[in-house]
Structures are given as structure tokens and as C-alpha cells.
Ligand binder design. Sequence first.
Ligand code: DMJ
Length: 438
Amino acid sequence: GGLRGATVIDALDTLYIMELEEEFQEAKEWVEKSFDLNVNGEASLFEVNIRYIGGLLATYYLTGEEVFKSKALELGEKLLPAFNTPTGIPRGVINLGRQGTRSLFFPCSGMSWSWGWASAGSSILAEFGTLHLEFLHLSELSGNPVFAEKASNPQPGPLHPPGVMNIRRVLNRVEKPQGLYPNFLSPVTGSWVQHHVSIGGLGDSFYEYLIKSWLMSDKKDSEAKKMYDDALEAIEKHLVKKSAGGLTYIAEWRGGILDHKMGHLACFSGGMIALGAQHAAQDRRQRHMELAAEITSTCHESYARSDTKLGPEAFRFDAGSEATATRLSERYYILRPEVVESYMYLWRLTHDPKYRHWGWEVVKALEKHCRVEAGFSGIRDVYTTTPTHDNMQQSFFLAETLKYLYLLFCEDDVLSLEDWVFNTEAHPLPINHTDFKA
Ligand code: DMJ
């Protein structure tokens, strides 16, 4: 909300990597001349960070062109007031309107608030937990510690809101039910507001950013590694299940009761667990690689069991269903990347050709069912061979889905996993580029 041009900015690095020179220049010109950062309205801190800041930072690192750095920094500063809460846990929504201007509906620029749908004014784990990679780069590039803010910050307060390092302090203080992280936290008290745990929507990229923070720090950020290891252990213990038909899945947890469902969003976890497994202690390494492969295979099943060969928004493992959607409202596919994201990681880490075969099945299905005159569109029901289009091309289709498919068929040294971490919107950030000191 608020900001325009999400598709242009989300697609910048993809255009660059694919060597689409002309389109890249056109997009760059739009950023230089037309990108307005001071828009009154409701902007999501999380989305602005992962799509805009992530996209601009990655394009800066790939091209070295200053315009992308300066826009990223300017935008980053505009997000800082969201951290002005009693705990320093940011609120989810912010008005980016120009300071000193007023509009009828959004009189206060820099004002932030919580999503109306989030229970009791809470902040969302996957939102405040998915800032770390970008904010560390913002501090590094600007020389201003305010984005990261070291633990030694003397007195964080309204004038000096603590940066992203503080988020971990709050999370490490609060008690976690059975070692699990619920999805809703109060930015006022720093306690959980509801006991819903999910590796899919509302939780997902928090876990991803723990392991990637450690990798990005060139394995120095041991706090992040420990948090990741502990969280994965609790997930393995309490949420990983096997269906009657032998499919491994990660269930959701509501106050101790399991919901035997996986969202499409949760399918990123195959890739994440495989990536983490490379650096796990010997006893866990093989187990985690197997778990990653099994989850990715289950996600592939959710595609293979549909008529379109594209997967539903959520699939279940109850009442006789095995990796299929049981509710009408969960049968849609909006061009999401998570399944091909896991194929890309598993391919790079195992070189098992099945991941390329599976990726190619997706390419064919996208061409067949989602290609429209002006681009690609989501579909409303994956279980019919004549699906209707939703007439929407989400910006992550260009940022993530197409990029991961492209990388799946590239040589391993194109954006090598040794040198880059992908933010949760698939924007590559260089490893060891920050001066992080654990
Ligand atoms: C993307 O914007 C990001 O991957 C985010 O973390 C969650 N989901 C969407 C795409 O499905």
C-alpha cells in the first residue's frame, strides 16, 4: 500500500541477472525519475523492506550504481519511526508521507500502527523477524548504526529507537511454549498475544532470516545460529509429521493442538532446511537433508496431484486427504515461488536431476495455465484444466518465481550460494559484507 512501482523494483535484479539490458534501463529510469518515496497511505513495513529495500540493495550490489543505494537508504530511514514502541518491536504499518504534509486520511507522516486484523494490536513474527538482513546492510552502507543498533546502545528511547538487533533481545527474553515461537507478539509488553505457530504464513521468514543472518555474517553471528538450531529442533519435535500415505509435512500448532495443514508458503522450508543442513553438526546434517528432501517432495506432490500441475494455496493431511486442498477457498495459485525456491536449493545442494524435472513441469504448467496477453496471471482453482484467471501478476512472480526457475537451470556459480544470501523476496545480498561483530 502507499508506494507505487513494486513490480518495477522487485524485478530490477531479475532483469539484470537475465541480461535483459533494455528492460533494465527502462526500469532504472523509472526509479530515477518517477519513484516517489513520500506517499501518504498505509505501507507495510515488511513488504517495503523485502520488496523495495531488498530489491534496491541487491541491484546496488550487482551494478554498483549509486541511485539504488541512495533510494534504499532514504526508504530505510523512513521506516525507522515504526520502531518507536515501548519494546522496540516495530509495528506493522507506517505512513511514508512527506514530513510536515497532511492529508485527509493520513494526517501524520511517520506515524505507525498495527494491522487491524492482527489480534490485540500485535506485531507479526514473520514481519518484525524479517528485517535483519536488509537493515544490517543499510547500517553498513550508510555508516549509521541506527538500523542495526548494537546491543551496547546506551538508552534506546523515542529519539533513538533501537534497531533490529534489539528484536532478538526481546525474543530471547520471552518464554517460548515448548521452544516454539508463536506468531503474534505485543510491541507494548513484549509478550505473546496468541499461541498460533506456523512455519508458513505469519511465521515463515523469521526462521529463514535466522539461518541467513548467520550465513551473511560469514558464520560469525552465533546468536542467530543458535536461535535457528533451537527453533528447528522444536519444530522437528512438535510439528513435523508423516501422513498415512508416507508424506512428511510440517503441521501448524494452535495452543497445543495440531492443524494438519501446510500452506504453499511453508514450502520454502525445504530449501531453508537444506541450506542450514550444510552447516549442521555431523549427527544432524544427514537427518536435516533427508527432512528437506522429504518436505520438498511433499510440496511437489501438492502440485502433481492437481489437474493443472500447479499447487494450491494450502493442502491438508486429514480426513483422508493427502497433500490436496479440501476447502474451496484454498484451491487457488497466485504465482507463488516457494516450491520452485526449494527445488533451486535442493538442486544446488544435491544435483539430483529430479529437481530440474520438477522445475520444468512448473514452467510448462505456468505457460499452459497462467500465461495471458499482458504477462502471467494467478488462477482461482488448480483442480480444473480450464481455470479462471484472477487477473493479477504479483510482483514476487518476477522477483522470485522466475528468478529461482532461472537459477535452477543456470550453472552453480551464477549467484553462488557461497557468496550470496537471498532475502525472502529472492533479492541477493552479499555474504560477509557487513562489519557484524558477534
Ligand atoms: C513473498 O513476498 C516472500 O517470499 C514472503 O516471505 C512470503 N511470500 C511471498 C511470496 O509468496
